[in-house]
Design a protein around this ligand. Structure first.
Ligand SMILES: [Zn+2]
Length: 753
């Protein structure tokens, strides 16, 4: 079946159409072209012609011109719009004109680096010129490293390698740093939160080292569509950026369908689950032979869907391989294999987390199904970008879950289509992150007295602190590194936690093998003892978790259930920075200590999703210091409404805020945490806290503080339009009790009056 036929079939299916809240057709867009600058080396245009590129799209020609004029810029390009040309062309031109010129390419992952390097090799080969481009990462053999340092014109790497493997050893990279002409930061939108704040500091260190060797590279950034690409690129590079966002690439017609699963219990407001509905839609695509990707927010959902879909096609012919999973935590070799099979068309359905959002080349598919709203408009479009072969029609189906955020979006298509995608926020001046990089910078080159790191006024204070801690020593007007260890080693750019845990399969006692990895913060949830760990639909039981050695030992099993753990958090205010009163309530922001612990897990049966029982988890508590915003409600609420209704209302309000706040922040739901206390130990009154789920915070709760009444008003709006009678997952949640919805309505009206 063709995608056109499939779309026609959906439109004629009343059972499907009944649940569609919006069906939008984004019309086809024709290409718009520019021209290559006259000064460009003729061999480059020749090589491009050989690849079927006669002239550049308008955004490519603008980018090439800016780069040749050594102007810093950020180009905003959707998937498959030819962004690599924007930097490969000026970089090759610079090297062909001056053999000593050097460039550094940064990609967020190793996979992307090798992908993009392959494209660059292709161009160099077809030109028949002597330009040396290399990837330099953890997989680069030691024997090749010296050659790369000496002779590499283009060094393709990732932020982690720049941080740990290049900057601390700058003395071995003199040629690169003396002649660095261009720094390319691709997929800059991927650097948000902790990772982005860390990278901005790595770039500060890079600029400091370049200045030492007398170079000042031009920065070229590429971003997917977000609201603030220029602001992000400027915060990342510390440079004024030109914005190039006139996309000239053509695109086929795109159908965007919002699908809300039917209500199956009107009284309780329960809708059919997003997972079974997604399974049905994906199954019909699979049956029709339409190549598609299914995106889910959680790893667990990915694994459950892979299992369901594999079961559909499991047969002696080995067709189960037509369905594959894809997510972080799979080994790199396995992911490369899946990408190859996708490009070759041997996989019909790939089920993935947002790991496939980034620009890794898997070819273009025909359809995309999102199991739950991905949490941001930007992510939705990036995932949608996986579908759409040049010039042909594509289909995106967003299946809403029953969370308030999903229900808000699915019922407000105008909000989704009318807004520009979210902002990506970073906070390079987060003290926790900054201090780490000042240490690294001091290790790389001693600080001169009076020198300011990235022009920051607090530099002397930070250096003084490090001196007091015996990490630096001041001698003759300079601060020298004196600690034993190497500072970079202890700093993980991607999260505030240290390295990942390895997942070891011990099914075969003679041959233990590593099958995957997991970050420390997820381990208590998914890798505790007796958890069922799922990997591409296969099941393993965790036999033992070695927390100190960072290993989880698993054994292959086949059981009819999976596990999910409950996280309990507690909170303590450490410092209040600011407080404002709005008459009815006060709101404050400050610093808090959040402790979280997993104590129980539940077993959930496949298909019916019924709870089969509980089990205990004994793991250490995790502590995190972060920033928070809190609302303190007046005492009179308890007197006026009674303690129990007030408690129900607060459970409901916390549930609503948790799911609605990410709509206004750029963030994913897991980036924030919301908790409530009916009588808070710090304020003595009913209080709701929202904090950044990231050590040190990245400014999310600060933005909530500034939003003032808007968040509570949006919560009230959602409450008013939810059709349920007594509260449901789409408004106050199901744990709040039957009176919660009514009580919360009255309390919010009272407060907002
Ligand atoms: Zn409801």
């Amino acid at each position: 079946m063709t995608i056109g036929e499939y779309i026609a079939k959906l439109k004629n299916n009343p059972a499907f159409m009944r649940n569609v809240t919006s069906w939008l057709v984004v019309p086809e867009r024709a290409a718009r072209y520019g021209a290559f600058p006259a000064s460009l080396d003729a061999r480059i245009a020749g090589a491009l012609r050989a690849r079927g590129i006669e002239r550049p799209y308008i955004h490519q020609s603008q980018a090439i011109e800016a780069a040749l004029a050594r102007e810093d810029f950020v180009v905003v390009t959707p998937t498959a719009s030819g962004k690599t040309l924007c930097y490969n062309v000026p970089v090759l031109d610079a090297i062909l004109k001056d053999e000593s010129a050097r460039a550094l390419y940064l990609f967020p992952t190793k996979a992307l680096s090798s992908d993009q390097a392959a494209e660059l090799y292709g161009m160099i080969e077809s030109m028949g010129v002597d330009v040396k481009a290399y990837t330099y990462d953890g997989d680069t053999p030691a024997s090749a490293r010296t050659a790369i340092r000496q002779a590499g014109h283009v060094v393709v790497t990732n932020p982690d390698m720049l941080h740990q493997g290049i900057l601390p050893h700058h003395a071995k990279w003199v040629k690169l740093f003396e002649n660095l002409r261009y720094v390319v930061i691709d997929e800059i939108h991927a650097y948000r939160g902790v990772f982005g704040s860390n990278l901005a500091n790595v770039i500060r260190r890079l600029k400091r080292i370049c200045a030492f060797y007398g170079s000042s590279p031009t920065f070229i950034c590429c971003s997917a569509t977000i609201r603030n690409p220029r602001e992000l690129a400027e915060a990342m590079t510390g440079r004024k950026m030109r914005l190039i966002d006139e996309n000239g690439a053509p695109a086929g017609e795109r159908h965007v369908v919002f699908y809300n699963p039917p209500v199956v219990n009107a009284q309780l407001g329960i809708r059919a689950g997003a997972i079974p509905e997604t399974r049905n839609i994906a199954a019909s695509l699979l049956e029709a032979g339409i190549q598609n990707s299914v995106f889910a927010r959680a790893r667990l959902t990915v694994e459950v869907l892979v299992r369901y879909l594999k079961d559909m096609v499991r047969d002696p012919l080995g067709n189960a391989g037509r369905v594959r999973g894809y997510r972080g935590g799979y080994l790199a070799s396995q992911r490369r294999e899946i990408e190859r099979e996708l490009r070759a068309g041997n996989i019909t359905t790939v089920v993935s987390t947002n790991a496939l959002e980034l620009g890794i080349d898997i070819g273009q598919l025909d359809a995309c199904v999102l199991c739950g709203y991905p949490g941001t408009i930007a992510s939705t479009w990036q995932q949608a970008g996986r579908a759409g072969r040049r010039g042909s029609t594509s289909l995106l189906i967003v299946v809403a879950s029953s969370s308030p955020m999903d229900q808000y979006i699915i019922n407000h298509p105008d909000y989704f289509f009318g807004q520009s995608p979210e902002q990506a926020l970073i906070n390079p001046d987060n003290l926790y992150i900054l201090l780490n990089h000042v240490k690294c910078a001091a290790y790389e080159l001693p600080f001169e007295e009076g020198e300011r790191f990235a022009d920051l006024a607090e530099t002397p204070e930070l250096l003084g602190y490090l001196e007091d801690e015996h990490i630096l020593r001041r001698v003759g007007g300079r601060y020298y590194w004196m600690a034993e260890e190497f500072p970079e080693a202890g700093i993980n750019l991607r999260s505030a936690s240290d390295q990942n845990f390895l997942i070891v399969d011990i099914t075969d006692p003679k041959k233990h093998r590593v099958i995957g990895e997991m970050d420390r913060f997820t381990v208590p949830m998914l890798l505790h003892q007796y958890a069922i760990y799922m990997h591409e639909g296969a099941q393993y039981q965790v036999e033992k978790l070695d927390f100190d050695d960072k290993k989880g030992y698993v054994r292959r099993v086949n059981v009819g259930y999976y596990t999910d753990a409950d996280l309990t958090t507690s909170l303590k205010v450490l410092d209040e920075f600011e407080q404002r009163s709005d008459g009815a309530w006060t709101r404050a922001r400050g610093e808090v200590l959040a402790s979280s612990i997993v104590t129980v897990f539940k077993k959930i049966r496949f298909d019916t999703h019924e709870n089969l029982g509980w089990g205990p988890v004994t793991l250490p508590e995790l502590e995190m210091q972060t920033t928070a915003c809190w609302w303190t409600l007046p005492d009179r609420l308890e007197e006026g409404y009674g303690r129990e209704p007030l408690k129900d209302a607060m459970v409901g309000l916390a549930h609503l805020i948790r799911h609605i706040a990410p709509i206004d922040l750029m963030c994913a739901p897991q980036d924030i945490t919301v908790v409530y206390h009916v009588k808070d130990p710090f304020t003595g009154k009913p209080t709701i806290y929202l904090y950044d789920s990231i050590p040190g915070g990245i400014g999310l709760s600060d933005r909530v503080f500034e939003m003032d009444r808007a968040l509570l008003m949006r919560a009230r709006e959602r409450l008013g339009e939810c059709p349920c009678a007594e509260g449901c997952p789409g408004c106050v949640g199901v744990t709040a009790g039957p009176r919660a919805k009514e009580a919360l309505k009255r309390i919010l009206d009272d407060l907002l009056a």
